[in-house]
Design a protein around this ligand. Structure first.
Ligand SMILES: [Zn+2]
Length: 405
């Protein structure tokens, strides 16, 4: 594997240094291949400022143009050549093989194929590589998904967890027996279904129960044209190291120990149009190196605990809002909640939790103290106040964390 890495890294470095206007400039004067860890990091802001300077091929070689999700700032334009689409298909094939899919599977893809997203296209390409039958309902209509489950009898669904819950709700309303339907595996994208200890979180458990299906988590980044998907062990997404190198770095850019949480920094291998070297994803997770029970020896990426810029500093501890969210989601007597962070000082943020429901404040404070070692201010609030904070005007996605720092 070390030889493979050395070879892939040398190829990537030489290619980017020669073809990419951005890397050509960055690596000017560097003659031999330097150790990867010595090179500077790039991030979304840098790439955004010089987006097309990352393109290594003439425009006529580009066959697909997508945009990134744009959760932070303006979405990036991302271009792929024919070879990149092939690489994308191979990546998704490997990921779906982790889930145990074969040509016998019928897979309902409840993910948008349009709107410039890469994900739906990537799944479709990977499933074609495997020879699966694909049903592309998209994510617009839960009723269409239910209808196609009845008629096409898919064995697997690929969707965002919150959409799986919307479909389950629609099934309940319409008397559709989802827990006994043909779908036995649910590949979940974009939102975590596991907590830090790798066990299913509250949304993950709700989905498994409602669907009577096994949940698999997958993590993908458009700029990396790559996804990492769990196997049956449910112990993190397998890295396909011939396509991607991952480092987990602390706030000072130093590598953390295996199993420790830090920022995911990635280098792509084999990308023709827009390769990236030491790209800071902004997402935080841990990488596990121990062999997986499934027999694969590749490292596994744990659940995404949050965005690096969401990290809270609270009385000497640092933690992610998602850790508070998972405790509150599981607490009895909490109907709705929202976590608000404000800046208190250089060293500490103030954290307040607004809760609707009959759970006593003292019980919630104790639960948070026990599970995440912090006791923020907790205040009961009317549902309307919480909902207004969760979904301010112009937003489409409910948020559990409001950052006022
Ligand atoms: Zn495994």
């Amino acid at each position: 594997m070390t030889t493979t890495f050395a070879k892939l890294w040398a190829e990537t470095f030489r290619y980017a240094a020669e073809r990419s206007p951005f890397y050509c400039e960055l690596f000017r004067g560097v003659s031999s291949v330097p150790p990867l860890q010595q090179l500077p990091l790039t991030d979304k802001q840098i790439v955004s400022g010089r987006n097309l300077d990352f393109l290594c091929v003439p425009r006529e070689r580009v066959v697909e143009i997508v945009t990134t999700s744009g959760t932070t700032g303006q979405p990036l334009l991302w271009m792929l050549t024919e070879a990149d689409l092939h690489r994308l298909a191979q990546n998704e094939r490997l990921s779906f093989e982790c889930v145990g899919l074969t040509a016998r599977a019928t897979v309902l893809v409840a993910v948008a194929m349009d709107r410039c997203f890469m994900a739906g296209l990537a799944y479709w390409l990977g499933l074609r590589e495997l020879g699966c039958a694909v049903v592309r309902t998209g994510a617009a209509s839960p009723l269409l998904v239910l209808e196609m489950i009845s008629r096409a009898q898919p064995t697997v669904i690929v969707a965002v967890p919150s959409f799986l819950r919307v479909i389950a709700e629609k099934a309940r309303e319409t008397g559709f027996d989802l827990s006994n339907c043909s779908v036995k595996k649910a590949v979940c994208i974009g939102e975590p279904v596991r907590g830090q200890a790798l066990s299913l979180n509250a949304p993950g458990r709700v989905i498994e129960t409602a669907w009577g299906a096994r949940v698999y988590s997958t993590y993908g980044v458009t700029e990396l044209s790559n996804s990492l998907c769990e196997c049956d062990a449910g112990a993190g997404g397998h890295l396909h190291h011939e396509q991607l190198h991952i480092e987990i770095l602390d706030d000072n850019g130093r590598p953390v120990a295996g199993g420790e949480i830090g920022e995911i920094v990635a280098t792509t291998f084999g990308v023709e149009a827009m390769p990236l070297i030491r790209y800071r994803t902004g997402d935080c997770a841990a990488l596990f190196h121990a062999a997986c029970p499934c027999g694969r020896a590749t490292p596994r990426l744990g659940p995404i605990v949050g965005r690096k810029n969401q990290k809270l500093k609270f009385k000497g501890t640092s933690l992610f809002p998602s850790m508070l969210v998972s405790v509150l989601e599981e607490a009895q007597g909490v109907e709705a909640f929202v976590i608000i962070a404000r800046s208190e000082s250089e060293l500490s943020d103030s954290v307040e939790v607004l809760v609707h429901g009959d759970a006593p404040e003292s019980v919630l404070r104790e639960a948070l103290q026990a599970r995440v070692k912090i006791a923020p201010r907790i205040r009961h609030a009317p549902l309307s106040e919480i909902e207004a904070l969760q979904m301010p005007p112009q937003t489409r996605k409910r948020r559990m964390f409001v950052d006022l720092r």
